[in-house]
Structure formats: C-alpha cells, structure tokens
Design a protein around this ligand. Structure first.
Ligand code: S3P
Length: 178
C-alpha cells in the first residue's frame, strides 16, 4: 500500500458501528476530507436513502452505492471513506476498497449498535422493523465473514469512546504505513 490511490482510510461495519462519527474525527486528525458513501448517494440523487429504497428499491441503491464507492476510491487525494454498512456485500466494492488503502472494520455487539441507532433508525430502511436489535443481530451473523474478508484490521468499539477508537485506528495506520 504505497503508490497511486493506495492510501485511503476506509471504514466498514454494521449500522451503528460509528463509521461516520469516527470517520469525521479521523478526518479531522489526519487533515483529510471525509467521504461518506451514503451522503454521496444522497447528494447525487437528491433523495434520502429511505426514499431510494422505497422508490427505486434496494438493488438500485446498491448500484448507486457501487458508483459512490468506486468514485471515492478513485480520488487522487487521500481520503477517509465511510462505507454504508452493506457496501462490502458487493465483491467489486470489496476489491476496490482493499486496493485503495487500509480497510478498518469497526465492530460492536448488537445491543450497542441498537442503542447507537435508536434515534436515527428511521433513516435506515433495513431497521424499519419491530425489533432493530434483532435485525442487527441477524445482519451481524449474515455478514460477519464478509466484513472479516474485506478488512485488513478490526477495531472493537463497544467499550471505547470516539477518541479511543480514533487512537486505535491511527495506531493501525501508522503500523501499516498508510
Ligand atoms: C445499510 C447501511 C446504511 C445504508 C443503507 C443500507 C446496510 O448505512 O447504506 O441503509 O445494508 O447495512 P450506515 O451503515 O451508514 O447506516
């Protein structure tokens, strides 16, 4: 990871893992822009994620997400990239992010994830269910191996505040020379 665009910091993980919050703090520390793929999709379409899911459907959202991931990865400027939680499901996205820099999987248990998304669950169509925690548990189970294969390193966030998570990530960046 030394040449070309091989230098982004890419954050992956389930909804509520802290990708956007931690990403913003990392970006501030590193003096780099933060690109959030969900925000990129919303800016490009002029629609919220929920509106896209409800109108065009999840498949259309995943196509838009793939373009957002590719666009962010192609940036010549080193970025912090916060990927939507399901972006790693696409093999093309996995290839792109792993080739583009250090991929960090932010981990947390389902009760912690559920508590973090409680106030914003309405903005996440996949959590529009009776029991968001149960759905997060199901997604964690279904996606665990995919996050594991997409990530270079993982950072536990359950018992850490944002600054502690950022410190752990910055240590990894230093260790990997990104
Ligand atoms: C999704 C996660 C969301 C958003 C969409 C689908 C997922 O992003 O991309 O609602 O499949 O896990 P966040 O992880 O930023 O909430």
């Amino acid at each position: 990871m030394t040449t070309g665009v091989d230098r982004h910091l890419v954050l992956i993980g389930l909804m509520g893992a802290g990708k956007t919050t931690v990403g913003a703090a990392c970006a501030a520390h590193l003096g780099r822009p933060l690109v959030d793929t969900d925000e990129l999709v919303e800016a490009t379409t002029g629609q919220t994620i929920s509106e896209i899911f409800a109108g065009a459907g999840e498949r259309a959202f995943r196509d838009l997400e793939r373009r957002a991931v590719a666009g962010a990865c192609a940036s010549p400027e080193p970025l912090v990239i916060a990927c939507g939680g399901g972006a790693v499901l696409d093999p093309e996205n996995r290839r792109a992010i792993r080739a583009a820099g250090l991929v960090v999987w932010l981990r947390a248990t389902s009760p912690v994830l559920a508590a973090r998304v409680r106030d914003t669950a309405g903005t996440r169509p996949l959590l529009a269910t009776q029991d968001p925690e149960e759905e997060l548990e199901r997604l964690a189970e279904a996606r665990r191996a995919t996050y594991e294969s997409a990530a270079h390193v993982s950072v536990d966030t359950d018992a850490r505040d944002v600054e502690e998570v950022v410190d752990a990530i910055l240590e990894e960046l230093e260790r990997c020379g990104v």
